[in-house]
Design a protein around this ligand. Structure first.
Ligand code: KG4
Ligand code: ZN
Length: 336
């Protein structure tokens, strides 16, 4: 059929991904390569290792995605690539690859803000989801609450002043010797522990300031562990409880100041956490809002959400015709 088709490229952190997404939201083909095994020995993402791994896999991956769909670049209407924010080496690998493809094919290049990819991914998962909605975006690199009012219309209500929520899970896992990525391991161990066993702080809970802070919680986890007084499962459970208390408090505060949102949505890797999903779903119900959480494959970093953001930008008339792909630059910081 002749629906517009966008090739998406993502390489801003530790996932290399390419995808083909049609204007109706059909994901025609996609591949995601995780670099977890490269970074696991270091307990976190090492930027230089990440950039090199993107270089090795991205170009062949684009070829494979097109081949999987039985297509060539000629069938693609536009190329969307993450242009930031993220680890600059990785962003550059994806953007330079996209520029080359754009120049070679004459197809427009759409520079996508990675956060916009996450912010619009719930609409790729659920084509009925309407603007505006409140989005909690919680991953290893981001922790924000956004009022998503439309394509390119985002009001940031909260961000983290230090660590991201997933980062706090990862650091706790590292302290407890659970490996990387730590979120799933902490959640698993927490099931065997007592969430009230270890007294831990709830940074910023109840404060008028809308933001998140997890650094103090992490330090308290470290002290609890070093004291030798507590079982690892009790620390994991108490940490998770404290982190959830903060997130719920912050999200409730954001809901109170949000303008007529229709749904509460959670995305990002931490959306895999069952406690978090349950607590947010309850909150949505209490406020008479719909609740949505995209499937995990769309919650964690992927290229389908980048291609989809490209589609949304095309549909909204936000892609300038005849733009010069070479004029786009990679941005390590790029607030929505
Ligand atoms: O979105 P994502 O795949 O990558 C980025 O960081 O952008 O998110 C990964 C993060 C990691 O910090 C990981 O520990 C966390 O999401 N995570 C979880 C869970 N699954 C993944 N955190 C808490 N509970 C989980 N079940
Ligand atoms: Zn992300």
């Amino acid at each position: 059929d002749n629906q517009p088709l966008v090739l998406g490229i993502e390489s801003s952190c530790d996932e290399t991904a390419a995808a083909l997404v049609r204007a109706d939201g059909a994901i025609v083909a996609q591949i995601i390569a995780s670099q977890d095994e490269h970074h696991a020995p270091f307990g976190g993402v090492v930027p230089e290792i990440a950039a090199r791994a993107h270089v090795e896999v991205l170009a062949p991956m684009v070829g494979r995605v097109l081949a999987d769909a039985g297509m060539t670049l000629a069938d693609v209407d536009a190329i969307a690539a993450t242009a930031g924010p993220g680890l600059i080496g990785g962003v550059m690998v994806g953007l330079v690859t996209a520029k080359a493809l754009s120049l070679a094919s004459g197809k427009p290049l759409i520079a996508v803000n990675h956060l916009e990819g996450h912010a619009l991914s719930p609409r790729l998962a659920d084509r009925e989801l309407e603007f505006p909605y409140l989005l909690l975006l919680a991953s290893g690199g981001h922790c924000q609450i956004l009022e998503v009012r439309g394509v390119g219309e985002y009001r940031r209500l909260a961000t983290t002043i230090d660590d991201a929520l997933g980062e706090a899970f990862d650091k706790t896992a590292k302290i407890l010797g659970l490996g990387y990525p730590g979120g799933p391991a902490v959640e698993r161990l927490a099931k065997e522990g007592d969430p009230d066993a270890v007294p831990l702080p709830r940074p910023l809970k109840g404060s008028a300031e809308p933001h998140f802070s997890f650094a103090g919680l992490k330090s308290a986890v470290m002290r609890a562990h070093d004291s030798g007084q507590y079982a690892a499962a009790d620390i994991a459970a108490s940490f998770q409880q404290a982190a959830m208390d903060c997130v719920i408090d912050r999200t409730a505060g954001a809901l109170a100041v949000a303008n007529d949102v229709k749904a509460l949505v959670v995305a990002g890797g931490v959306a895999a956490n069952q406690r978090l999903r349950g607590a947010l779903e309850d909150m949505a119900q209490r406020h008479g809002l719909a609740f949505a959480a995209p499937p995990m494959k769309l919650c964690t970093d992927n290229a389908a959400m980048i291609a989809w953001a490209g589609q949304e930008r095309l549909a909204a008339g936000l892609v300038e015709e005849g733009g010069d792909p070479l004029s786009i630059s990679a941005r390590p910081r790029w607030p929505l």
